[in-house]
Design a protein around this ligand. Structure first.
Ligand code: TYD
Length: 209
């Protein structure tokens, strides 16, 4: 299949937002026959909006874990329909790319850090689409935390240093726990250097050429 599903993941403040935009522009400029659907989770659909309400109100990172697992999963079911529809397109020489800012890896990492067992999460995440590649933008939580502090004043539910330490470990452990293509990029470097690493990894994995 020449179409590709790429996911960027990582702790809050890891720089996914910036890098996904750069990647979108890169793929767009690389070939006029590339079509791209750049998207994110949580979505702005009904479940995504409920999630965002909880994230704003809740201050404790460990509260509402089961409720959130349920909502993120329902949100993802709707989101996956859109992704599957786009990625299964075929038309002449067109190559279709889906770029997603977060997917089920975030549920494994965050809801596990909230205290839910990996196996329980695993049962709820069946039937979703395995990405061709998932890139974890990895950096020390202190740096991510500092970046977020510079950008704004209030902190969201999961933006607590201790929680983020555990979260980082849970993200990195997914390489052993999930049977799929997960790569890690050092996101403590400059935006340009991080982006160069992402392109290198995508080329090595024959996702782009
Ligand atoms: P975030 O990427 O910050 O969304 P946005 O930038 O659009 O506001 O995601 C919101 C929070 O949701 C973030 O702290 C990570 C968390 N999250 C989970 O806990 N589980 C999940 O499955 C997903 C997709 C996100």
């Amino acid at each position: 299949m020449k179409n590709k599903f790429i996911v960027l993941e990582g702790i809050d403040g890891c720089g996914k937002g910036t890098q996904i935009k750069k990647l979108h522009n890169f793929i767009f400029e690389q070939d006029k026959k590339n079509e791209i659907f750049t998207t994110r989770e949580p979505t702005y659909g009904n479940y995504g909006m409920k999630i965002r309400e909880i994230l704003k109100k809740d201050n404790c990172p460990f509260k509402n874990s089961k409720n959130l697992l349920n909502l993120y999963t329902k949100d993802r079911k709707e989101h996956t329909k859109l992704i599957k529809k786009f990625i299964s397109r075929k038309k002449g020489k067109i190559k279709y790319f889906v770029l997603s800012d977060r997917y089920y890896h975030s549920t494994y990492a965050y809801q596990q850090t909230q205290g839910i067992d990996f196996k329980i999460i695993h049962k709820t995440q069946k039937g979703f689409l395995k990405p061709d590649i998932t890139i974890i933008l990895d950096l020390k939580p202190e740096i991510a935390y500092k970046r977020m502090e510079d950008g704004r004043t209030s902190k969201e539910k999961f933006e607590k240093l201790e929680f983020m330490e555990e979260l980082r470990k849970n993200f990195l452990n997914l390489r052993e726990k999930l049977d799929e293509n997960i790569c890690v990029v050092d996101s403590s470097k400059s935006k340009i250097e991080v982006f160069e690493q992402i392109i290198k990894v995508l080329k090595e994995n024959e996702i782009i050429f």
